[in-house]
Ligand binder design. Structure first.
Ligand code: GTP
Ligand code: MG
Length: 200
C-alpha cells in the first residue's frame, strides 16, 4: 500500500471530541515511551507528524491522522507512567479505556511492547483486558534495532509462552523499528487487508 497523503485532523481530550467515526481506524497503544508516535511517523514517512520525546508521557490526548482520505491512524497516550508518582501506575487512563471500548470504527488496535523487556505485568494486564473486551488487536514489538536476531527471537518465545498460558489463539505478532523501518510493510499489509474487508 502506498501512503500518498496524510493530514493531522485533531487532538481530542476525550472520546466525544474525536472526529466523526466515518472511516476505519488503527490505533496505537502501549506503555509510555514504547514508540507509538515514532511508529506513526515511520509508517507515514513524516518525521514530525506525531510529537515524540525521549521522556515518557509526551502524548496526552487522542490524535487522529487521516491517511489517503480514507482511514485514520490514531496516536494514544501511554500507560504505566505517572509524572506525579514514583511508583509505576498500574491502571490504564480512563481516556484510553473509553476510546477502546466505545469507538465503533476501531478496526485494529496495535499494542506496542518494547522488545527489550521481559513480559511486564502491566503490558500483560492491558493485553488481557483488551482481549477480554473484544478489542481486535495485534502485538507489535518495537525498537527491534536494539536487539540481535537471537535475542529478539528469545523475547518473542517468552511472550508466546507467557500469553499462551491464558490465550487460546495468540494475536498476530509484528516486529518493528522506527529507526530502520523494519516491519513497515507487514503493518501496512494488515491495515490494507482490514480496509478491504471493511469496505466489502
Ligand atoms: P508517549 O507519548 O510518552 O506515551 O511515548 P511514545 O510511545 O509515543 O514514544 P515516542 O514515539 O515518543 O518515543 C519514545 C523514545 O523512544 C524516543 O526517544 C524515540 O526516539 C525512541 N524510539 C521510538 N521508536 C524507536 C525505535 O524503533 N528504535 C529506537 N532505537 N528508538 C526508538
Ligand atoms: Mg507518544
Amino acid at each position: 500500500m502506498e501512503i500518498i497523503r496524510v493530514e493531522f485532523i485533531k487532538s481530542s481530550p476525550d472520546l466525544k471530541s474525536c472526529p466523526k467515526p466515518s472511516f476505519p481506524e488503527y490505533a496505537f497503544a502501549g506503555r509510555s515511551n514504547v514508540g507509538k508516535s515514532s511508529l506513526i511517523n515511520m509508517l507515514t514517512g513524516h518525521k514530525k507528524l506525531a510529537k515524540t520525546s525521549s521522556s515518557p508521557g509526551k502524548t496526552q490526548t487522542i490524535n487522529h491522522f487521516l491517511v489517503n482520505g480514507a482511514w485514520y491512524l490514531v496516536d494514544l497516550p501511554g500507560y504505566g507512567y505517572a509524572r506525579t508518582s514514583k511508583t509505576v501506575k498500574k491502571e490504564f487512563p480512563a481516556l484510553i479505556r473509553d476510546y477502546l471500548l466505545n469507538r465503533r470504527t476501531l478496526a485494529c488496535l496495535f499494542v506496542l511492547i518494547d522488545c527489550r523487556h521481559k513480559p511486564l505485568e502491566n503490558d500483560r494486564d492491558f493485553i488481557t483486558w483488551a482481549g477480554e473486551s473484544q478489542v481486535p488487536l495485534a502485538l507489535c514489538f518495537t525498537k527491534a534495532d536494539k536487539l540481535s536476531a537471537v535475542q529478539l527471537n528469545h523475547r518473542l518465545d517468552l511472550y508466546r509462552k507467557k500469553l499462551g498460558e491464558t490465550w487460546e489463539a495468540l494475536p498476530e505478532f509484528l516486529v518493528t523499528s522506527s529507526v530502520n523501518q523494519q516491519g513497515r510493510k507487514e503493518l501496512l499489509d494488515i491495515i490494507d487487508r482490514s480496509n478491504t474487508l471493511m469496505n466489502s
